[in-house]
Design a protein around this ligand. Structure first.
Ligand SMILES: Cc1cc2nc3c(=O)[nH]c(=O)nc-3n(C[C@H](O)[C@H](O)[C@H](O)COP(=O)(O)OP(=O)(O)OC[C@H]3O[C@@H](n4cnc5c(N)ncnc54)[C@H](O)[C@@H]3O)c2cc1C
Length: 471
């Protein structure tokens, strides 16, 4: 069987070698053409079409250790798949050995210590489901099918970020299998340099097998949902967004977006496919306060749809899922913003008018709050001046339309990047974004990360990621 080494050299794996890995792991070992291989090799973004040589679906830490050993013995290129949601497809690589963590989805909650231990293959929804049993929540993202590990290793933001910081600011510890195939603990007390690097430096330093998250009382009900207006109302609605977001308490997170209306039951049929402007709101404090906080949005102008209401937190966490299915073609451009300037709103409107796919959008996420209060080097996520995230998101189905939608995204970004802090989110970088953008995402932390890389992975075994070259 054809495979590649870490340096890209072709190599042939004998049947005996493949049989050898089968005897060493508990989980399924999948090969091209075999059952389960296609599902395992594909990732969320259909623009990515790569074929690993072997997929090991790990069932536990023992399988991860065996997988890393096998890769080291044959000098095989290794890739690691969590939720497979990375837009650049970093979870998969041609002719590599893939360690697929997606069968490792256990979550254990200690309500007294307010800590959850989640296995590395968990999706966000797995953690929310178990922590909400105790009225607790971890700081996670907006779409429940996203993998926890990729999200956390790159930073992570969601409805609780304004109160508690980046997801990675709220990690208590991680279990990691190193390049030497040893299991180590990374926390403030144990291997603190590795712990620092993992909280934003991506999967550069080892295979994470489990993550411990700090938990906070949230829910079971929050106030949240979306209010939508016709795009003709966008100048007034975006001005409302700007004003409300600047004054919003940390419990309230506001997201503004412009896109063609999806065929959602809460929107009138005759508006489906027509351009809209919308505000997504979520108040994670007491629901009575939440209803007051969202009142100015609900009563503004003449909305065509309003589904902001009291709802279970876990439901809020999956509200956007249907808009982001696996298997479409996706291309994004993203920047952190220090504030929302009126001139930026004009550009959002202008570029939203030019959207050519029913699934594309321009989105402004609000994240400012607790993350701004921490020291710049608290974790390598950095970007402590970021208060909003601009994401220009194209999504479509047909490969022959790639050039059209990529061009729209790039043109919109070209115009709007002048409003950036200069930083960008590493987890939103696309396949064609290189070292310059990694540097923009990691800023001054990059040098220190190179030292952590030299200490923990000097041979760069973990390289199918936003790769940090060892110092
Ligand atoms: C629809 C959608 C919504 C999103 N929403 C948000 C959001 O609200 N907030 C936010 O912050 N981000 C969000 N993201 C971005 C998200 O954080 C990244 O896509 C992230 O990479 C997803 O993690 P994953 O485990 O699914 O990734 P994968 O594609 O599986 O992996 C991504 C990277 O993580 C590494 N990795 C995976 N597993 C391990 C492991 N066990 N050990 C070490 N390294 C590992 C891989 O090598 C790869 O480099 C969203 C993405 C999508 C597609």
């Amino acid at each position: 069987m054809k495979a590649v080494t870490t340096s890209g050299r072709e190599l042939t794996l004998t049947q005996a070698a493949v049989d050898g890995v089968r005897t060493r792991v508990r989980g399924p070992v999948l090969l091209p053409g075999g059952a389960g291989y296609e599902e395992a090799r594909t990732v969320w973004n259909a623009m990515i079409d790569r074929r690993p040589a072997i997929v090991v679906r790990c069932l536990g830490t023992g399988d991860v250790i065996a997988g890393v050993r096998f890769a080291r013995e044959h000098d095989l290129l290794l890739c690691l798949k969590g939720g497979g949601h990375n837009i650049a497809g970093l979870a998969t690589a041609d002719s590599a050995l893939m360690l697929d963590m997606s069968l490792m989805r256990g979550v254990w909650v200690d309500p007294d210590r307010r800590v959850a231990h989640a296995q590395a293959g968990c999706l966000l929804g797995d953690v929310d489901r178990e922590t909400q049993v105790h009225g607790l929540a971890a700081v996670l993202g907006f779409v429940s099918a996203t993998g926890i590990t990729g999200l956390t290793l790159g930073g992570g933001f969601g409805y609780l970020t304004r109160r508690f910081g980046w997801t990675s600011d709220n990690v208590v510890g991680m279990d990691v299998v190193t390049a030497e195939a040893n299991l180590v603990r990374a926390s403030a007390e144990e291997n603190p340099d590795l712990f620092w690097g993992l909280r934003g430096g991506g999967g550069n330093f080892g295979v994470v097998t489990g993550i411990d998250y700090a938990l906070y009382p949230v829910g079971p009900e929050v106030v949240g949902g979306v209010v939508a207006w016709p795009a003709s109302e966008a100048p007034r609605v975006l001005e409302l967004y700007r004003t409300l977001a600047e004054e919003a308490p940390p419990e309230l997170t506001l997201v503004a977006l412009m896109r063609p209306a999806p065929p959602a039951p809460w929107l009138p049929k005759d508006m489906h496919g027509k351009p809209i402007v919308a505000i997504l709101a979520c108040y994670t404090g007491a629901p009575q306060e939440g209803l007051k906080a969202v009142a100015p949005i609900k009563s503004f102008g003449n909305p065509i749809g309003d589904m902001v209401m009291r709802r279970p937190y876990a439901h809020m966490q999956s509200l956007l899922d249907a808009t982001q299915p696996k298997g479409r073609r996706y291309y994004w451009k993203s920047e952190y913003l220090p504030t929302i300037e009126p001139a930026l709103c004009d550009m959002v409107i202008r570029h939203a008018e030019r959207i050519q796919s029913p699934h594309s959008a321009v989105i402004l996420f609000q994240i400012g709050g607790a993350l701004n209060a921490r020291e710049a080097d608290h974790s390598p996520v950095g970007n402590r001046d970021a208060r909003y995230v601009l994401n220009v998101t194209a999504a479509w189905e047909r490969p022959e339309e790639d050039a059209t939608h990529v061009a729209w995204t790039r043109e919109a970004w070209d115009d709007m990047k002048a409003f950036s802090t200069g930083g960008t989110y590493i987890n939103f970088l696309t396949e064609d974004e290189g070292n310059e953008r990694i540097a923009a995402a990691l800023g001054t932390g990059l040098g220190r990360l190179a030292n952590v890389k030299a200490a923990w992975d000097p041979e760069n075994v973990f390289r199918t990621n936003r790769n940090i070259v060892p110092a």
